[in-house]
Design a protein around this ligand. Structure first.
Ligand code: DGJ
Length: 721
């Protein structure tokens, strides 16, 4: 609920458990008056955290110091020396914007952002700020999600001056906290090690994360969380943010000399500038601000509910997902039609429901050195084309899926030979190689239109009901042959808009009934915006059980479990040689959308025989994966074990995966099961036990010792009537 108090010039935004208040101060600045546990509405102007250091800057005509303002959308060079959200450079070279409150209006429904995914929403507050000196205006958008304790924010920069303005930075939001009694949680990583939670102390000065790779990247999720000291899974205040954006992003947390904290986030200014002609507007991506008064667990569940209800493509969010076998780890590029037919024939009655033909089916793509861009099936390798493969799948009672990487081109390809200027590069300079491929210039409409048609042609004739969209290199040398010199800084953002346009066209317009899975060298482009097109995303190329517990922990810290695509692979793991029992590989993969990824001819007969039962088991619990609540017990970043408990919304069903890395030579595993209803008695199918939720949640369970390292157990619980 959003209310404006005229007398105290304050906007109050209330969720179930929080209040967010912004106040217009006597000098006309929009200030953060309060954000935290829900409070009664009152005049908050009495609260004055005076900054008393000398040599600060004054606001002309007022007795206030600029440095004391808790800015709601910060600018620079007026005397606030903290991080700015906006740097608009006008034709004179001035970088100053003195933004003061200039009114507000309410919209009954949240408007979409042009060309970018936006979460659905109702009543939206728009506050207008205007530069005192020029025609520059900023519109701040706020939408409250009461049940999820979330506020979304974004900004629209409007050039009402008579000349052009170059935005050197236009972040989605800034927010100030009165204190710095926090720790900072981020999700860092790299290829095959995505989204490792890391908690560090704050210090005076700036802590910045983000990246300039052109995609969200495996290296940092576009997420920050400020944790009150002592926060755990179940208690403590958490103020977190997640950006609905798929390009280079920037997050900064700054503690100033007076112990206040400023958080900003948005498109990374290092790889961005944007020229706004007179009368034009720039829309920033949306940011999700999530407040939890009950630790990280509640934060996670709020994100999951929010994304599922407001962003994930509604066609798929609650749809049963097929259990796939993906060809990559099992075959890489070494396949021909006979090998595929053999594999597909093995899948008859295996329980596996869809076969995905990964990289290598098109052009001269026999390794990663050639062929990207030539989206025509290689009929020497696959006589009869994709249709023959799809037909073979259908004859065996399974569906067919196909891999694509539409944003890329190998220099050794017909496409590149015909259109070298379609790749992002600095003309006349040797391009930086990465996996032997270049990035197509999706800032260009002609390039996106060409790929739209190429993809349409291939997908519509392939017989596929599932597509895996991959993206395997970062953007470098950010230059487009089409953009003038003073607009080259726009390339990365325009590229992202081009990706969204292709994704929108393929997933929502051309093939709404095909399930699209996202991928970027594993989980390199895993963000809220991608979920609007890809209800599931390949979390990592690392399928080892032990590493995967951490990767999935970080991934589902923010994103819904069903968005995390997880596959059971061979043991020992092809990446790190670690052996693990099939039961554990299966149980860990159950913590998301489930599938397989190996050469069926190489797995032991006993493992093959176990697949139908494993798939059946998954479908017993997959509705809770899609719409239940995730509770975490201990996790692998803190010790030898991890536990997830996934509970249906009505608390009548749950499943639990307990995992132990090394098998200690001591007592048997004991664990508590969080998230159950205390009074409800649950039957634990696998143990033949019936116990109340309060007992399971407090005393817990002891199970028999494992025989090996990397042991695990899956328990399914049902309320006894
Ligand atoms: C990277 C992906 O993460 C893998 O799953 C696989 O699709 C390869 N690319 C194919 O090149």
């Amino acid at each position: 609920m959003i209310k404006y108090c005229n007398e105290c010039r304050t906007f109050f935004m209330d969720g179930k458990d929080f209040t967010y208040a912004v106040r217009v101060n006597s000098a006309g600045y929009l200030t953060r008056a309060y954000y935290g546990k829900k409070i009664e509405h009152a005049n908050l102007s009495y609260f004055n955290r005076e900054i008393v250091t000398s040599f600060n800057t004054g606001i002309p005509g007022f007795k206030k110091q600029y440095a004391t303002i808790m800015q709601e959308y910060s600018t620079e060079y007026l005397g606030d020396f903290r991080e700015p959200a906006l740097v608009p450079v006008d034709e004179r070279g001035s970088r100053v914007a003195d933004l003061r409150y200039a009114g507000y209006y309410m919209l009954p429904v949240k408007p979409a952002i042009t060309g970018m995914p936006t979460s659905k929403g109702g009543e939206t507050l728009v506050i207008r700020l205007k530069d005192t000196d020029t025609g520059l205006a900023v519109y701040l958008y706020y939408t409250v999600y009461e049940a999820e304790n979330i506020v979304t924010r974004r900004a629209v920069i409007s050039n009402g001056t008579s000349g052009s303005i170059t935005l050197e930075r236009a972040l989605s939001f800034s927010e100030d906290f009165y204190d710095c009694d926090f720790e900072l949680m981020t999700l860092w990583g790299h290829h095959a090690n995505e989204k490792t939670p890391e908690i560090t102390p704050l210090h005076h000065g700036r802590t910045t994360i983000g990246n300039i790779r052109g995609t969200t990247s495996a290296h940092h999720a576009n997420f920050t969380a400020l944790l009150r000291k002592g926060t755990t899974e179940e208690q403590g205040e958490v103020y977190s943010t997640s950006l609905i954006y798929s390009g280079s992003h920037y997050e900064s947390v700054e503690v100033d000399e007076c112990g206040r904290t400023r958080v900003v986030s948005g498109i990374n200014p290092e790889s961005f500038s944007w020229k706004l002609a007179s009368g034009e507007e720039f829309e920033t991506p949306e940011a999700v601000l999530n407040y939890s008064d009950e630790g990280l667990g509640k934060m996670t569940r709020q994100y999951h509910d929010f994304f599922r209800a407001n962003l994930v493509n509604p066609r798929w969010v609650n749809e049963r997902r097929p259990v796939v076998l993906n060809s990559w780890e099992g075959m890489h590029f070494s396949f021909d039609r006979d090998r595929l037919f053999d594999t597909i024939d093995c899948l008859k009655d295996s329980g596996i429901e869809l076969f995905v033909l990964d990289d290598g089916w098109f052009g001269a793509r026999n390794n990663d050195k050639a062929g990207l861009g030539d989206w025509v099936c290689n009929e020497t390798k696959l006589p009869g084309g994709l249709k023959a493969i799809a037909d073979r799948c259908h004859e065996n009672g399974i569906e067919f899926g196909l891999w694509i990487e539409p944003e890329m081109v190998n220099p050794d390809s017909d496409l590149y030979r015909a259109h070298p200027d379609w790749a992002i590069a600095v003309p006349g300079r040797d391009a930086v190689p990465s996996r032997n491929q270049y990035v197509l210039d999706f800032s260009r409409k002609d390039v996106v239109d060409y790929i739209k048609k190429a993809m349409y042609d291939v997908i519509s004739t392939s017989g596929a009901s599932y597509i895996k969209w991959d993206m395997n290199r970062p953007l470098t040398e950010n230059m487009s042959y089409m953009l003038p010199a003073d607009r080259q800084g726009e390339l990365q953002h325009r590229y992202v808009l081009g990706v969204y346009e292709l994704a929108r066209y393929l997933t929502l317009e051309a093939f709404p009934d095909i399930l699209f899975e996202g991928c970027s060298g594993g989980g390199g482009r895993f963000d809220g915006a991608m979920l609007a097109y890809f209800p599931q995303i390949w979390s990592s190329d690392n399928t080892d059980v032990d590493d995967r517990t951490v990767i999935q922990l970080g991934t589902t810290m923010v994103f819904p479990m069903s968005a995390s695509s997880n596959h059971v692979s061979l043991s020992p793991n092809i990446r790190n040689g670690r052996p693990s029992p099939i039961a554990t590989r299966t149980n860990i993969a159950y913590g998301g959308t489930f599938g397989y990824e190996f050469d069926v001819r190489k797995i032991p007969e006993s493992e093959l025989k176990g697949i139908p039962a494993a798939v059946e088991k998954y479908h017993e619990i997959d509705d809770i994966v899609r719409n239940g609540d995730l509770y975490r017990g201990t996790d692998r970043t803190q010790g030898n074990e991890s536990l997830i408990s996934v509970v249906s919304k009505d608390k009548k069903r749950a499943f639990v995966v307990y995992y132990q890395a090394l098998n200690p030579h001591k007592m048997n595993p004991v664990f508590r099961i969080p998230g159950l209803d205390g009074k409800t008695v649950y039957r634990i199918k696998e143990l033949g036990l019936e116990l109340p939720g309060s007992v399971l949640g407090n005393l817990g369970l002891g199970i028999g010792r494992f025989r090996n390292d990397f042991g695990s157990v899956l328990l399914t619980l049902e309320a006894v009537d």
